[in-house]
Design a protein around this ligand. Structure first.
Ligand code: SAH
Length: 345
């Protein structure tokens, strides 16, 4: 590992300053950043419009850190899972999910996770560190390329539903989204990005204040406080009341409807009382419900509830005019589905 600084940690103004204080022309900053972000240059030598003495200076003082594909697996349903290696050797996973009219990139935001959801494979890994903005951005670049190479179609959507809790790496996630959506990056609309959070009220309020344009999904799984704490123990500190307040604040500020992600497990949240609690929670803020299929992580406590229970959820929610859908799982055969990302490789 090099002790030189990653050039991608500097923005244009910072790079300009460095150039000026070393007697180079400041306009070169824009050119250098264009090579790095828009053209994904991996080496300074590729920068054909940069003078030789400046390339020499860059090589002596900086590195360009890039993610490397450590292992790629393809599911029988077309899903591609990449285990990617970061500059310091850590591995995280990102997934390409193809459907009839979309290609979605599911990206990671942390190495491991600091939260402790009992049903999630990533939670079994300790949180080692946050990903840098460029490490998140590079996952999107990689999947965008795979989308063109393997499906001859453009990447259409991005979901922050990989490893980690995006709102616990708030600054870097926001910076990566800025780059992904800016003209000097990938120029993808923020409307096609979903940030999925386990529900960190303080941070939800903060992003609401930032005027962000992406969508928010919240992993709810139970609208009964004690029950949610038993499956998502951090809920003890940031309870449902606080979550609910932060979500109505989000709606007030952004006017964007929230998606609740919800898995129904046998003997855990499969009763009428669970359904009523969810209805009451949904009534508080404009929202819809995505019932996601449970992906097995070899824990006997968690078993997917049968389809008639899911249908009961849907019917009841719809009778209150709350939109609800069942989301089919993808890439299960290669452990690429929600909650299964745990670097088995
Ligand atoms: N930390 C964020 C994003 C990562 S998890 C969050 O919690 O939202 C992405 C989604 O997968 C979340 O809704 C999470 O609750 C869900 N999930 C976790 N483990 C799962 C499993 N074993 N089966 C199905 N979904 C799971």
């Amino acid at each position: 590992m090099s002790s030189k600084k990653d050039i991608r940690s500097f923005n244009e103004d910072q790079l300009k300053e460095i150039l000026i204080s070393n007697s180079f022309k400041p306009f070169r900053a824009k050119q250098i950043l264009h090579w790095i972000w828009s053209k994904s240059a991996h080496r300074f030598d590729e920068m054909s419009n940069i003078p030789v003495n400046l390339i020499k200076f860059l090589k002596e003082n900086f590195v360009i850190n890039f993610i490397k594909v450590h292992r790629m697996q393809k599911s029988s349903d077309g899903t591609i899972k990449n285990a990617i290696e970061l500059y310091d050797g850590y591995i995280v996973e990102c997934v390409l999910i193809p459907t009839k009219d979309r290609i979605t990139a599911c990206v990671s935001s942390q190495v491991g996770c600091s939260l402790n959801c009992k049903f999630c494979a990533t939670a079994k890994l300790k949180r080692m560190r946050n990903l840098n903005p460029d490490e998140i951005y590079d996952q999107v670049v990689l999947i965008r390329k795979q989308s063109e190479d393997y499906f001859k179609r453009p990447l259409t959507n991005i979901v922050f539903m990989g490893m980690g809790e995006p709102l616990m790496n708030y600054n870097n996630v926001l910076k990566s989204i800025e780059k992904i959506s800016s003209k000097s990056g990938l120029g993808m609309s923020q409307k096609r990005i979903v940030v999925s959070t386990s529900g960190v009220p303080k941070m939800i309020k903060k992003i609401a204040d930032e005027g962000v344009k992406f969508k928010l999904a919240v992993s709810l799984h139970s609208a009964i406080n004690e029950k949610r704490t038993s499956i998502m123990p951090f809920n003890d500190k940031m309870n449902l009341k606080e979550l609910e307040e932060s979500l109505s604040y989000w709606y007030k500020k952004t006017k964007k409807i929230i998606t609740y992600e919800y898995v129904v497990w046998k003997g855990i949240n499969d009763t009428d009382a669970d359904i009523s609690a969810l209805v009451e929670f949904c009534k508080k803020t404009p929202s819809k419900v995505n019932l996601i299929q449970y992906n097995n992580i070899d824990d006997p406590d968690f078993v997917q509830a049968p389809v008639h229970i899911l249908n009961k959820y849907i019917k009841t929610l719809e009778s209150y005019k709350i939109k609800a859908t069942i989301r089919k799982s993808r890439g299960q055969d290669i452990d690429a589905a929600c909650g299964q990302l745990a670097n088995k490789s």
